[in-house]
Design a protein around this ligand. Structure first.
Ligand SMILES: Cc1cc2nc3c(=O)[nH]c(=O)nc-3n(C[C@H](O)[C@H](O)[C@H](O)COP(=O)(O)OP(=O)(O)OC[C@H]3O[C@@H](n4cnc5c(N)ncnc54)[C@H](O)[C@@H]3O)c2cc1C
Length: 386
């Protein structure tokens, strides 16, 4: 019911274009094959990039779409309807660009943006083995030498890493300074000393590749430091305020809608005891609950996207959207398996893959426990208790 969200004609056109594109280019058979092989369909990435879907939030001046988070949410929701792993691959480009969008110079926007506009993928390298939820515990260092920074360390679980042409990298520039010790850098994949590990063999989102990125005495010039030295933690959090509602909040709404459509179709034709299972209230109520979760998640995701586009960032609302949507998607996918019965558990049907895909949405871009910490902190601050 897009009328409710008062999408502009441009946004409606993007919605239709993305929907037509992804449902044609990424049918279930292709998703199944890529899922089995843990493979990103690069032919579809190439076409998506040509259509501007990887660069929708990048400035028009450098060849991007010049649009905001409502448009980005629409794109990721439509792609998420088909496969949330592929939505992760595409969404990681605007995620990686976001710190540069918010804090970068025009030259840096050009430098980084060009890789994406030219059809490349990008990676956002924050997490380390001992710095997942505890971001400030990062061990990757950047040391200033002459007019360069020398980066050493290993990032893990980095989306797109095996395929990316450029990375946004967070490294410690002041040891033992906690959240004030991190800084953000642009690092091109082809710099000497950058290497990537093997693809993680993941439970789900297998149309997205994830791996370690190793920095071994990687030298970048001074102009690759994004924003102020020491402001990397703030930049990462400010990035998530923008990307959580779109990258998780909206894209998982696509997955939920897909569960609803597939369950309605299946339940209308699957007959037990002489009647379609859809005639049972037990089945109807599960579908009704999916719809409730979908509409509530979607309303929140677009509310936050609209606020961001009007210049308002709200960490707690962004976290609420991410949490609401991801918890809802996991529950919808679980109930969808229940409705499909044994067939829902079989790889012959497009349901079990959604269940496997859904789980990560409660973990990445900050776990849902971390989101709840953000929300409570905001409540405590607002009530003067902190
Ligand atoms: C497929 C995939 C893709 C990813 N893509 C990227 C990427 O592109 N870039 C990137 O930088 N990272 C990425 N990540 C990393 C992801 O963001 C982290 O895995 C996530 O932040 C959790 O960190 P962790 O795995 O170290 O878990 P931990 O931090 O070890 O947490 C383990 C558990 O403890 C809970 N926990 C931790 N601390 C607390 C606390 N104080 N209170 C209550 N509970 C707590 C957590 O919620 C979780 O349930 C990706 C991960 C995966 C699996």
């Amino acid at each position: 019911m897009q009328e409710e969200f008062e999408f502009t004609q441009d946004q409606l056109d993007i919605q239709q274009m993305t929907r037509d594109f992804i449902r044609k280019e990424l049918p279930f058979e292709k998703i199944k094959e890529c899922d089995e092989q843990n493979k990103v369909p690069m032919d579809v990435v190439k076409k998506a990039a040509e259509m501007g879907l990887t660069s929708i939030t990048l400035p028009e001046a450098i060849g991007g779409g010049g649009m905001g988070q409502v448009a980005n949410s629409i794109v990721l929701e439509e792609i998420g309807y088909q496969d949330s792993g592929f939505a992760t691959t595409i969404g990681a480009c605007t995620l990686s660009y976001e710190p540069i969008s918010q804090y970068g110079t025009e030259e840096q926007k050009n430098l980084f943006g060009k890789f994406i506009v030219d059809g490349g993928l990008a990676g956002f390298a924050l997490t380390e083995a001992d710095a997942g939820s505890d971001v400030a515990n990062a061990r990757t260092t950047a040391v200033h030498e002459g007019h360069e920074w020398v980066i050493n360390g290993t990032k893990c679980f980095i989306t797109n890493a095996p395929l990316a042409s450029v990375f946004t990298v967070f490294a410690v520039t002041t040891p033992d300074a906690g959240t004030h010790g991190l800084s953000c850098f642009i690092v091109e994949r082809d710099r000497p000393g950058v290497s990537v590990g093997k693809d993680e063999d993941k439970m789900g989102i297998r149309l997205s590749n994830t791996s370690e990125v190793v920095f071994d005495n990687v030298r970048v010039p001074d102009d690759h430091l994004v924003g102020k030295e020491g402001s990397g933690f703030k930049m990462a959090m400010s990035t998530f305020d923008v990307t959580r509602p779109a990258g998780v909040g909206a894209s998982t709404c696509g997955g939920m809608k897909s569960c609803i459509d597939k369950c309605l179709e299946y339940a209308a034709t699957r007959v037990t005891f002489g009647q379609p299972i859809l005639t049972n209230q037990a089945i109807q109520f599960m579908i009704a609950d999916m719809e409730i979760r979908y509409e509530a998640s979607r309303a929140l995701a677009y509310k936050v996207a609209r606020l961001i586009d009007s210049g308002v960032k709200d960490s707690a609302l962004a976290s609420a959207s991410k949490t609401m949507s991801s918890d809802s998607f996991v529950k919808c996918a679980e109930d969808a398996i229940q409705i499909f019965g044994g067939n829902g558990y079989s790889k012959e049907y497009p349901i079990e893959i959604m269940y496997r895909n859904a789980k990560i949405s409660q973990l990445f871009e900050g776990t849902n426990q971390v989101q709840r910490m953000v929300i409570v902190k905001s409540l405590l601050k607002a009530s003067g208790m902190m």
